[in-house]
Design a protein around this ligand. Structure first.
Ligand SMILES: Cc1cc2nc3c(=O)[nH]c(=O)nc-3n(C[C@H](O)[C@H](O)[C@H](O)COP(=O)(O)OP(=O)(O)OC[C@H]3O[C@@H](n4cnc5c(N)ncnc54)[C@H](O)[C@@H]3O)c2cc1C
Length: 568
């Protein structure tokens, strides 16, 4: 059998390197949106940088998630780099929501266009990063034993990268083929004539289920949590649309900079509470037809704060499920009841609910009858029922926000482990820095914005570049946040989240609250105040002279080691 953890082809642990540390100003871990954008920012400052990436190509999410139907959920014209006018003009998107192949091609275009390959080392997994207090530098080690020394350690390891691997008893014994959506092999996978199981009904499963159902002899979907699945309404873009997008980028960027989720549109400017009851449903119907996240961003401004608005939106989707799915028992299992809509990131699908009307598709409710174990022939449930299949697709989600960095043995001052620190609480300052980890910066770390990610990532990369400039301009060796600043940030993001209905998703296992991982602390892992507010807050910190940070230099510590010890 193919063990799921090894399903992705060509994953290696890097070329054997010399034992001597190679020295750079900055090491960036990861070559997705964040790592590539960060490299550009470092280069414009003349800093030496090496990007270490465990995949064999650029793209991050779009390198690994090759499962059938993998597409973005945010439109191509906002799900891209905005920093370079010429880049915006010379790339043509094929669809409203680009697929994995297009995204991968885009990333290859970007790294070639900016001659970045010479600074990116692929097939290189970082296993540890240790801060050496005697020289104020980080020592980074890879899986093959190569070492790097740097002043600035920059994590661009991804918000949704650390895949939850299947841990059911018997996983190893399955005699068929096992696949994991989050590291899908780079080769054709043939479902024709096969009996296939998909375990999970989150975003990746929702995209792949209709495609697999079209090919497989039989598809059995194992669902633990029912979600509100919104229709994607993806369309191909024609030349006229592509040209219109390119011509209007200045305006689109202006819209993106004002939108809480970094989309290129205005908010509805309409409150549910002020809309006459007889007109309320119309906005939901229009948004459902427009597709995707329009169901929140084109309906009512108070969808996430007004329980009545949210309840009506949720009930609207439930009615749609009942109208689409012909078998009432199946419709009932698919109907979400235990969380407000948008308290978890809703999956977006193409013909998702319609797929359950196919005669070759079955749905199993594993909340009612859990998976007991994987057998050599298939999946056995708690009541002893065995479903025999030829292939199992695991779509179990991600250890979001903290997962990738926690898989690296990262140690700051006094050998403190980042993994252990975050097992107590995922504290950061601004989602960009961690107390006790000097000169370590993160893009999309815990406590950073939740949105259409790339525009916010660009704001973070600029902020990190500016912070490095400031540190160097002061003649300081290190910069790190104070404990008070980190505590203040944790309180701020919790307070912002609590003004919304999002915390209610925690009970339904939301990864926004870390509740899809047993033992992960229940906390607010994201800034939910919107990108404009997030960018304003991080820039305000810089404009005010980085009051939440301590800067230290070797000379100052030597002169008065006690006064300048950064830890409290
Ligand atoms: C299937 C899917 C669809 C998504 N769709 C959208 C969408 O429509 N809109 C949206 O805004 N967001 C979407 N996201 C979220 C998406 O992750 C972000 O949009 C964006 O791609 C994040 O970029 P990044 O560079 O921060 O992280 P990633 O793209 O995850 O890149 C992180 C990189 O770090 C590397 N890495 C991690 N650990 C190590 C290590 N130890 N050593 C070396 N390299 C390492 C990884 O291999 C990876 O290449 C989606 C996520 C998934 C999984």
């Amino acid at each position: 059998m193919t063990h799921p953890a090894h399903a992705a082809d060509r994953v290696t642990d890097g070329s054997a390197g010399s034992r001597d540390p190679k020295t750079y100003d900055a090491i960036v871990i990861g070559a997705g949106f964040a790592g590539i954008r960060m490299l550009h920012e470092l280069r414009t400052r003349g800093l030496t940088a090496r990007v270490l990436e465990r995949g064999y190509g650029p793209g991050g999410t779009w390198h690994w998630n090759r499962y059938p139907g993998a597409h973005s959920d945010t439109p191509s014209w906002v799900y891209c780099f905005l920093f370079d006018k010429d880049l915006l003009q010379d790339w043509d998107w094929n669809e409203r929501f680009p697929g994995q192949r297009d995204m991968e091609a885009y990333f290859n275009h970007v790294v070639d266009r900016f001659d970045m390959r010479r600074d990116i080392q692929f097939d290189t997994r970082v296993t540890s990063a240790v801060f050496n207090e005697s020289i104020d530098r980080w020592l980074v080690t890879t899986a093959c034993g190569e070492t790097f020394e740097c002043t600035y350690l920059i994590s661009a390891t991804g918000v949704l990268h650390a895949v939850i691997e299947p841990s059911f008893p018997g996983v190893e014994e399955f005699e068929g083929e096992s696949l994991v959506t989050g590291h899908w092999p780079d080769r054709p996978v043939d479902f024709v004539g096969k009996r296939v199981a998909v375990i999970g009904t989150g975003a990746s499963a929702v995209q792949s289920i209709p495609i697999i159902a079209g090919d497989a002899d039989r598809l059995i979907v194992f669902q633990r949590t029912a979600n509100y699945v919104l229709p994607a309404r993806n369309v191909a873009l024609d030349d006229w649309q592509r040209n219109a997008i390119k011509r209007n980028y200045d305006h689109l960027k202006e819209l993106i900079s004002r939108h809480p989720f970094a989309l290129a549109q205005e908010l509805p400017n309409r409150l549910f509470s002020e809309t006459p009851p007889e007109l309320r449903e119309g906005a939901f119907e229009r948004a459902w037809e427009l597709g995707d996240f329009q169901f929140i961003f084109f309906t009512y401004d108070d969808m996430l704060t007004n329980p009545e608005a949210n309840a009506m939106g949720a009930e609207f989707v439930r009615k749609k499920i009942r109208a689409i799915v012909q078998d009432p028992a199946t419709a009932e299992i698919l109907t979400p009841r235990n969380h407000p809509i948008f308290s978890k990131r809703p999956p977006v699908g193409v013909n998702y609910y319609e797929t359950y009307n196919r005669p070759n598709v079955d749905l199993v409710d594993v909340r009612a009858n859990p998976i007991a174990r994987i057998t050599p022939r298939g999946i056995e449930l708690a009541d002893g029922t065995e479903h025999e299949v030829d292939m199992i697709v695991y779509a179990l989600g991600f250890d979001a926000a903290t997962g990738s960095m926690s898989r690296i043995d990262c140690r700051g001052r006094d050998g403190e482990s980042l993994r252990e620190k975050w097992l107590r609480a995922p504290d950061t300052f601004l989602g960009l820095t961690v107390e006790g980890f000097p000169n370590m910066f993160m893009l999309s770390g815990p406590g950073a914005q939740f949105s259409n990610f790339p525009p916010a990532i660009e704001g973070q990369a600029e902020w990190i570049g500016r912070a490095i400039d400031h540190t160097r301009a002061q003649g300081a060796e290190t910069m790190e946040p104070t404990r008070e600043a980190a505590e203040r940030w944790a309180a701020t993001i919790t307070q912002i989240a609590e003004a919304t209905l999002v915390p209610k998703g925690a009970e339904a296992g939301s990864w926004i609250y870390g509740q899809n991982i047993p033992g992960k602390p229940k906390a607010t892992y994201f800034f939910l105040g919107g990108v404009p507010m997030y960018i304003e807050m991080i820039n305000a910190e810089a404009d005010a002279g980085y009051r939440g940070f301590r800067f230290a230099s070797v000379e100052a510590r030597t002169a008065d080691p006690v006064a300048h010890t950064p830890r409290r």
